[in-house]
Design a protein around this ligand. Structure first.
Ligand code: PLP
Length: 288
């Protein structure tokens, strides 16, 4: 896992160097993507590249590669890092300018492009019958109002995740004005007497690729799921809560703020969905 890509070169991770004047370092002026890889194949790559394009456009950084070039680069890096299951982390910053001015430099900069491979653990959805689930806590959503941009400016998310860890939980589920937004690094699904629901796409959440896939799978397999506002009261009385993200897939939450969710173990709807998720993944990546 130690060959990385930086600005045109494939190098060992501990040899990669960026300038301290890079605007990613000085201002968190950049965006990122995390793409899961199964059996050597990037998963839902088109969706990740489309979101990358949206994030870049939103922060006015020109996309430094076209889709074929990204795919070729990823394939090479996956191969150099041993294939199999891994996750690619891609970061693009506005580049390094002279000095430190908040405004964009007048002379166009060369964006800094960094890609590394990260190891992944076996997600809970792979083994639904032995999954134990995780604990979550609720926290006020203290982030900005463009959470749809996958920005590297993650300090609020980091502080919220750390609060969850210090409370003995894995994730902080965020609430803004009485409604659930998402997790500090995940989207949220709630199963209640009103059905399966996840907050709608808006500037208040990141449009998760896993979230979209879970919605697709729910519809395909007759688990009716709605994209609608989820009041905090519905979260608190939920029978099931799921967290979704590219590296963790679909994770059942079994306690919220120390109280059991439903029966305090992964729910039946989650188990059904987890099986569909694994089947879909195996089929798409030729792992059958
Ligand atoms: C804030 C936030 N929301 C949602 C997600 C899930 O997105 P995806 O399923 O595309 O990984 C992430 C992933 O890191 C995230 O950081």
């Amino acid at each position: 896992m130690d060959t990385v890509y930086l600005d045109g070169a494939l190098v060992k991770a501990d040899e990669a160097r960026i300038s301290p004047l890079d605007r990613g370092f000085l201002f968190a002026d950049g965006i990122y993507e995390v793409i899961p890889v199964y059996g050597g194949t990037p998963f839902r790559l088109t969706d990740h590249l489309a979101r990358l394009e949206r994030s870049l456009a939103a922060v006015e950084i020109d996309n430094p590669r076209d889709r074929e070039q990204w795919q070729a680069l990823f394939d090479e890096l996956i191969r150099l890092n041993g294939g199999g299951n891994q996750a690619l982390y891609l970061q693009i910053t506005r580049g390094a300018a002279k000095g430190r001015d908040h405004g964009f430099p007048s002379a166009p900069l060369e964006p800094t492009v960094f890609v590394m491979s990260l190891p992944v653990s076996v997600p809970a959805a792979d083994t639904p019958d032995s999954a134990t689930g995780v604990a979550a806590v609720t926290r006020d959503d203290i982030r900005w109002s463009r959470c749809d941009i996958k920005s590297v400016s993650l300090l609020p998310n980091i502080l919220l995740r750390q609060q969850a860890l210090e409370a003995g939980a894995s994730e902080a589920i965020l609430v803004r004005d009485g409604f659930v937004t998402e997790g500090s690094a995940s989207n949220v699904f709630v199963v209640s007497e009103d059905g399966i629901a996840t907050p709608p796409r808006s500037h208040a959440i990141l449009g998760g690729i896993t979230r979209d896939l879970v919605l697709e799978l729910c519809h395909e397999h007759g688990l009716p799921a709605a994209e609608r506002e989820v009041p905090e009261s519905e979260l608190r009385r939920a029978r099931e809560i799921w967290l979704t993200s590219s590296t963790k897939e679909v994770v059942p939450v079994v306690t919220l703020n120390g109280a059991p969710v439903g029966e305090g173990r992964p729910g039946d709807q989650w188990k059904q969905l987890a099986r569909h998720y694994v089947d879909f993944k195996r089929h798409l990546c030729g792992l059958d």
